[in-house]
Design a protein around this ligand. Structure first.
Ligand SMILES: [Zn+2]
Length: 186
């Protein structure tokens, strides 16, 4: 697969990206699909898809879906940033760890026991905000897919899914053509 469509985010943030993409708009149907409820019903499927993410808390499907939808909205400084994240953190505060590795001491966050998948996700996000990898997660305005922008300039807008990819389409094409025409006529 070419493009940045499925470039993995670093470390545990990739798991969060995958979770956000349990809400998808498949190219074939263009009808939004929520794959989270089925994953939560099937513990084996969950462990296969998200082996790191604990399900020991009060992880109702509604709660996790709400967190996922809030996160999708706040990407790119969108609606709810940062108030919505702040509210989630007040409800599910992560634990703070001081991790010493050789010469380097870092503050890292961990999920509090009993806070389940929601707590786990929030702890990962707090660390990602601190090291700024969070701001490289973007939502494609065309297909709504969450992708990780690895470019130095951090200016990618579309997921770069290509029409030739399996089930792919060419996101951004219409906007790019429009901009090209505007440049030609101005
Ligand atoms: Zn796209």
């Amino acid at each position: 697969m070419k493009g940045t469509y499925n470039v993995p985010a670093p470390g545990k943030l990739e798991t969060v990206r995958k979770l956000m993409n349990t809400w998808v708009v498949p190219t074939a149907t263009r009808v939004p699909e929520d794959r989270l409820p089925a994953l939560l019903r099937d513990q084996e499927a969950w462990r296969r898809e998200f082996p790191d993410v604990p399900l020991d808390g009060d992880d109702s499907a509604e709660l996790l879906a709400k967190l996922r939808d809030d996160l999708r909205c706040m990407l790119g400084g969108g609606s709810g940033w940062p108030e919505s994240l702040q509210q989630w953190l007040e409800r599910f505060p992560p634990m703070v760890d001081v991790v010493v590795s050789g010469e380097v001491t870092k503050v890292r966050h961990a999920w509090a026991p009993g806070s389940g998948a929601v707590g786990w996700i929030l702890a990962v996000i707090v660390d990602a905000v601190a090291d700024e990898t969070w701001f490289r997660l973007k939502r494609c305005p065309d297909c709504q897919w969450i992708f990780y922008d690895r470019t130095r300039s951090r200016t990618k807008v579309w997921c770069d899914m290509l029409a030739g990819d399996a089930g792919g389409r060419s996101c951004g094409t219409i906007a790019k053509v429009r901009r090209y025409r505007e440049r030609q006529t101005s």
